[in-house]
Ligand binder design. Structure first.
Ligand code: ADP
Length: 730
């Protein structure tokens, strides 16, 4: 059977949620995997790109420097230059030499030439007017270095702040025939323009730096770095990666790749100049603008499309399923409503059967066989009533309407009622009933007495039903525990065991015992009445009291049902020795029964009561019971008639007994209409509800609607007595 649950998310939206979560999972893990592998590929590509870049730029630089060196050396070794440098005052020589310099100048890429001879120390630079140079000025250190320390050529680098250019100077000494230096000449290479050219061709985020063996930057996109002789380590802050050291450890022409926070970098050498180079390529989102990324995004879109199509497809498939689920739900509700209605309809005539039987049974001097037959009718009526009650409870469980209504109750009364009812079931059977309780069992508890009684009744009546001889024992232990939710409150855990020596239940059947409608099928049980609902209701009731139920049983030997339920603590009053002994000896029960039989009704001949019920049979039963108090009972068949009677104010009634379910105006509406009449009498006359509608749970509703008391049908004589005595006053 399908059980509808209102809180359930419908299957379809659950699947949509699942799809979305699944897609997010694919998206996150897929993206992570994609980014990681793409990064690896990018780094690999970048590495070889950077290495190539350094290599190409080194070759270009070295080639152009080499060209210039060769030209400079050629001029320096010319005999004309040597002669001129040895005799700078010779005007003819000087003129030829200057012309020669002017024409050789064009051989240099920068078209730049300078020369100084060691005699007049005049510094010539292109066509500019020569000036006298002081070799002892530290700025001109290169002069003495070239003449006296250099064999072939040297380099020096300087930055010209006026022109904002960095020049690499090639200096070559000129020797006379005796090998003595007579002057020097050289040319400059404009590194700035050269590096600008390189850097211009580089992609965004890529840069090349050159630095010398002291770590000073000798070439960079920003010429100021060269002017300031900025250290490469200062410029490239790489979180402790010492690129200068790494560079100096390289052998000539070697390159090395390093991963740094800036991105991937390559370090290389420029052996000709004894310099190093470093190329930096920073990471950027543009690195990912590749065909692979496009492919990845397309795949994601395809997955989304698949999910959407799949969801649509599934919702189409689920529609008929939904429809049948809804229908099943409706059918189930209709069934529960039917069961509830039917049990109500059954209780009404039962009320009459049991009520009238009890009424007649009370007559004195009945012939023995009639008395016996009446007893049997009453028993059958009560059995039927308990079945109807089970059905009503079960339909309440099905529609989630079963509730627990806690109040303070007396444990001794509860046990007395349960035992009194059970004892009658023993009948002729050779069965001994034993109650195991201790004197310190709490006398008062806070809980739903009727529902606890129902649990005990169900278990005991099963025990009596399925035991032909031997014994049945009811054991109850109580323990006090802290209330987990509220430290100021205490709980009482009742451990209940009902054991019997009956036919027992096989292991296989035990597993299915607490499920709906389950009855053990075998020949020994054929004759035994029952609906198979008792234990599933009992289990539900235990769960509602935070407890549980279990069974131990052996076929042919007997069964023990264990129940533990939680009740509220209502004080440390123990049941006491006398009550416990009386209960154990059933005297408590017998005493009460005798009381019931001997019920002495008060003489209320002064009183007039109004009885309202749409069924004549019910009026007969109730008026019969009420007339035993010698009062005047007026009967009406509808709510409207009742309101009319009260509005007349003559006679004045001491109380009204009002049925709940009536066609036209029901009991609740009638009570409201009576209260609305406004007179003091109409506002204060006690109204007692009579209902066959529910066993429990509706009292509060009656109290809230202007009723003073509540009697459930079939009317219990003792309950009626206490209501009558409480509310009917002169
Ligand atoms: P029913 O109304 O049929 O008694 P229950 O739910 O109370 O329904 O019990 C279900 C089945 O469990 C019964 O049909 C019976 O076969 C088995 N059963 C319950 N209690 C006992 C017991 N004490 N001894 C043997 N069998 C039992």
């Amino acid at each position: 059977m399908y059980k509808a649950n209102k809180n359930q998310v419908p299957e379809m939206s659950r699947f949509v949620v699942f799809s979305v979560i699944f897609f997010i999972f694919i998206f996150v893990t897929g993206s992570a995997a994609f980014v990681l592998s793409m990064r690896q590929i990018i780094q690999l590509n970048k590495g070889s790109e950077l290495t190539q870049l350094l290599e190409i730029e080194r070759v270009k630089l070295e080639t152009s420097v080499n060209n210039e060196v060769v030209i400079a050396l050629k001029i320096a070794s010319s005999p004309l230059v040597e002669q001129y440098f040895s005799n700078p005052q010779d005007p003819v020589l000087s003129k030829i030499a200057v012309n020669e310099f002017a024409s050789s100048r064009r051989a240099f890429a920068s078209e730049l030439i300078f020369w100084v001879n060691d005699i007049d120390k005049l510094f010539y630079y292109n066509d500019i007017e020569p000036y006298l140079m002081d070799p002892d000025n530290p700025d001109n250190y290169w002069y003495n270095m070239t003449l006296y320390e250099t064999e072939v050529y040297n380099f020096n680098i300087n930055y010209n702040p006026d022109l904002n250019v960095t020049n690499l100077w090639i200096n070559a000494p000129v020797f006379n025939s005796e090998g003595k230096p007579v002057g020097m000449l050289g040319t400059g290479i404009d590194i700035t323009t050269y590096l600008e050219m390189i850097n211009k061709n580089l992609a965004d985020g890529t840069q090349i730096y050159l630095f010398n063996s002291a770590g000073e930057i000798t070439g960079a996109r920003d010429p100021l770095l060269v002017a300031e002789k900025r250290h490469i380590e200062e410029e490239l802050n790489l979180n402790g990666i010492d690129i200068f050291n790494k560079a100096t450890e390289l052998v000539p022409y070697e390159t090395q790749l390093v991963d740094t926070p800036l991105g991937r970098i390559a370090i290389g050498t420029v052996p000709l100049l004894e310099w190093y180079s470093v190329a930096v390529m920073s990471d950027s989102i543009d690195d990912y603008k590749t065909a692979m990324t496009a492919l990845f995004i397309v795949v994601l879109f395809v997955i989304v499309a698949i999910f959407i199509i799949f969801n649509f497809f599934l919702s189409g498939l689920l529609k008929p399923l939904h429809k049948s689920m809804k229908e099943a739900e409706q059918a189930n509700r209709a069934k529960s409503a039917f069961l509830a209605n039917m049990s109500h309809e059954l209780r009404t005539p039962l009320n009459v059967v049991i009520g009238l039987t009890d009424l007649v049974q009370e007559e004195d001097k009945l012939p023995g066989n009639i008395s016996e037959n009446l007893r049997k009718i009453s028993n059958a009526g009560n059995t039927l009533l308990s079945i109807v009650n089970d059905i009503l409870d079960f339909s309440k469980i099905e529609s989630d309407k079963l509730s627990i209504t806690p109040a303070e109750y007396h444990v001794s009364n509860l046990l007395n009622d349960v035992i009194a009812m059970m004892i009658t079931r023993i009948g002729e059977k050779p069965v001994v009933f034993k109650l195991n309780i201790t004197d310190d069992l709490p006398e008062k508890l806070f809980g739903d007495e009727l529902r606890v009684k129902q649990i005990l009744n169900n278990l005991l009546s099963n025990a009596f039903k399925y035991t032909e001889k031997g014994s049945i024992e009811l054991t109850i232990n109580a323990s006090i525990a802290e209330n987990a939710d509220d430290a100021d409150k205490k709980n009482v855990w009742l451990e209940i065991a009902v054991s019997d020596t009956g036919i027992g239940i096989s292991e296989e059947n035990q597993k299915r015992l607490f499920t709906d409608y389950y009855q053990v099928e075998d020949t020994t049980r054929r004759k035994i009445e029952g609906t198979g609902l008792g234990l599933s209701i009992t289990r539900k009731l235990c769960e509602m009291m935070n407890g549980k139920i279990s069974v131990e049983s052996e076929t042919g030997k007997g069964s023990i049902f264990h129940v533990s339920i939680c009740q509220g603590f209502a004080g440390y009053v123990p049941i006491g020795k006398t009550a416990a002994e009386n209960l154990r000896a059933f005297r408590y029960a017998e005493g009460k029964n005798m009381e019931k039989k001997k019920l002495v009704r008060a003489d209320l001949s002064f009183a007039k009561v109004l009885l309202v019920d749409d069924m004549q049979n019910n009026l007969d039963v109730a008026s019969g019971l009420l007339r035993k108090y010698k009062m005047q009972v007026d009967c009406v068949l509808s709510g409207q008639q009742a309101v009319q009677k009260i509005s007349q104010e003559d006679p004045v009634y001491n109380a009204i007994f009002m049925d709940h379910m009536m066609p036209g105006m029901d009991g609740i509406e009638a009570a409201a209409a009576i209260r609305a009449l406004g007179s003091e009498y109409a506002r204060n006359v006690p109204i007692v509800a009579l209902t066959a509608n529910a066993i429990q749970g509706t009292e509060d509703m009656f109290y809230a609607n202007g009723f003073q008391a509540f009697l459930s049908k079939p009317i219990n004589i003792a309950q009626l007595d206490s209501v009558v005595l409480k509310w009917i006053k002169q």
